[in-house]
Design a protein around this ligand. Structure first.
Ligand code: AMP
Ligand code: MG
Length: 474
């Protein structure tokens, strides 16, 4: 049976300097390891029942009818240093489909072979990062956080060489609202390519926010989306790990799951990424870094404006107002975590005080908040009396709330993809056992439900299981 993807490709119509057209490099022995049938249905993909066809297509061995594979070019600040040219070094946009809700979605292969933008890389990915992105991005979606999705994962039957040694190669198929990044704007701005910048701006507005009427308006819209996104990350203890400007999406989705991780024990300066030596992208810094990234976006938009001095003034005011917006979003999500539907100033202080005690008491982030519903939160603290003092004030505040339990149930997941479980799942998969992957996917697809049979997946790691560092997908 042939697979039908209803492609309707618009990025490929942009000027040729936006990308390089090329096909994926075929792999030796593609084998399908995961297929997201509900997502495929949403995308209008038909005929996805033959695993061999799926394996061939989503390994890149066969281009599906209507695809116009291309590697997108972009630039970006990586750990604060500017690279004027990056681009898809191991990814190819197959094309776009318009989904059942009328939304245009990119379908992209990741790990599909070298491109002109590969620099020193081999263009490939190994099974570990592919499964990590599959599990974590789908978990983020189930948690209610804007994110790219995972449609398929295929093993290549080839070995690739990484730090751990010769590892099984894999290709991930990623679905995104688009792959336009802050770095895409930076690419054209850095080259003083005014026409390219204008074409990108027009394309972005038409695709993501047709109501937008000016670059300032687009900036304000991206600020709104990113402020909300980062507050949502903070609310579930998520650490992205590589918040470079090329990994900051204009659509407001979480993109690029490299060394990302969820915190177990709460501490605001938690870092997992092995390449983030100075903690630039630590948990708490994410709210500052996003403002820095948005300032780079604003800078890239300036050449679009006829009066640049006026533009700089206007954009600066917008960027300077962003921290306040993040704070408002933070207050909203953290108030909900402690059962408060409409947050006031003093509620932010109440939530902040709990976090300070959690850091001091080495409390587990996810389990402490969930235990506010279920009871037993005090047992999460080294010194339970620290919680008791807070609890008395909290209970007094909750007396003014209509249904705090319902608010907390929607804000405090029972399940997150804990690092040690993700690592154990990868280790099993490398050994050929995909049962832990399937189980994680099943449980994480409804993370706010009690699932008594999966209590083991709620436990923090034992001392021997703690993951101290996560590695980039490269
Ligand atoms: P990342 O940190 O994953 O966002 O990647 C930064 C840049 O490096 C992107 O342009 C990637 O396409 C490129 N890259 C990462 N891994 C590889 C690889 N194995 N081969 C070629 N390019 C890569
Ligand atoms: Mg990236």
């Amino acid at each position: 049976m042939t697979l039908v993807l209803p492609f309707d490709n618009s990025y490929a119509q942009l000027p040729p300097r936006f990308y390089t057209r090329q096909n994926a490099v075929p792999v030796r022995e593609p084998r399908l390891i995961a297929w997201n049938a509900p997502l495929a249905a949403e995308l209008g993909i038909e005929g996805g029942s033959d695993r061999e066809t799926l394996a061939r297509i989503f390994a890149g061995n066969e281009a599906p009818e209507g695809a116009t594979p291309l590697a997108q070019v972009y630039a970006g600040h990586q750990f604060g240093g500017f690279s004027p040219q990056l681009g898809d070094g191991r990814a190819l946009l197959l094309g776009e489909v318009v989904d059942s809700h009328g939304r245009r979605r990119d379908i992209q292969l990741k790990g599909s072979g070298p491109t002109p933008y590969s620099r020193m890389g081999d263009g490939r990915a190994w099974l570990g990062p592919v499964l990590r992105e599959y599990v974590v991005s789908e978990a983020m979606h189930a948690l209610g956080i804007p994110t790219t999705r995972a449609l398929a994962a295929v093993e290549t039957g080839e070995r690739i060489y990484r730090d751990p040694g010769a590892m099984p190669g894999a290709v991930l198929t990623r679905v995104a609202s688009s792959h336009i990044r802050v770095g895409t704007f930076q690419y054209f701005a850095a080259r003083r390519d005014a026409e390219g910048l204008r074409a990108l701006y027009d394309y972005t507005v038409a695709r993501h926010c047709p109501q937008v009427e000016s670059p300032a308006h687009l900036l304000a819209e991206v600020i709104r989306r990113q402020a909300r996104l980062v507050a949502q990350w903070l609310s579930i203890g998520f650490i992205h790990g590589v918040m470079n400007t090329d990994n900051t999406s204009i659509s407001g989705e979480t993109i690029d799951y490299g060394p990302c991780a969820f915190m177990d024990t709460y501490h605001p300066q938690t870092v997992y990424s092995s390449i983030d030596a100075h903690g630039r992208y630590a948990y708490d810094n994410q709210a500052h870094v996003i403002v820095w990234n948005i300032a780079q976006f604003a800078t890239a938009l300036v050449p679009l404006m006829p009066d640049q001095d006026a533009a700089i003034e206007e954009f600066t005011a917008l960027v300077h107002a962003m921290p306040e917006r993040i704070e408002a979003e933070w207050r909203r999500v953290f108030a909900a975590k402690i059962g408060i539907a409409e947050a006031g100033e003093e509620d932010a202080a109440l939530a902040g005080d709990l976090l300070a005690r959690m850091a001091e008491g080495r409390a587990d982030f996810t389990n402490t908040f969930r235990a506010l519903i279920e009871g037993g939160a005090r047992d999460q603290f080294l010194d339970p009396a620290a919680f008791d003092a807070w609890e008395a004030r909290w209970r007094a505040r909750l007396a003014r709330e209509a249904d705090p339990e319902a608010v907390m149930r929607a804000a405090n997941p029972a399940f997150i993809p804990r690092n040690h479980r993700v690592e154990q799942m990868i280790e099993a998969a490398v050994g050929g056992d995909f049962a832990p992957f399937e189980r994680l996917m099943g449980v994480l697809s409804h993370p706010y439900d009690d699932q008594p049979g999966a209590a083991d997946l709620r436990r923090p790691p034992a001392a021997s299981e703690v993951v101290h560092a996560t590695f980039c997908g490269t």
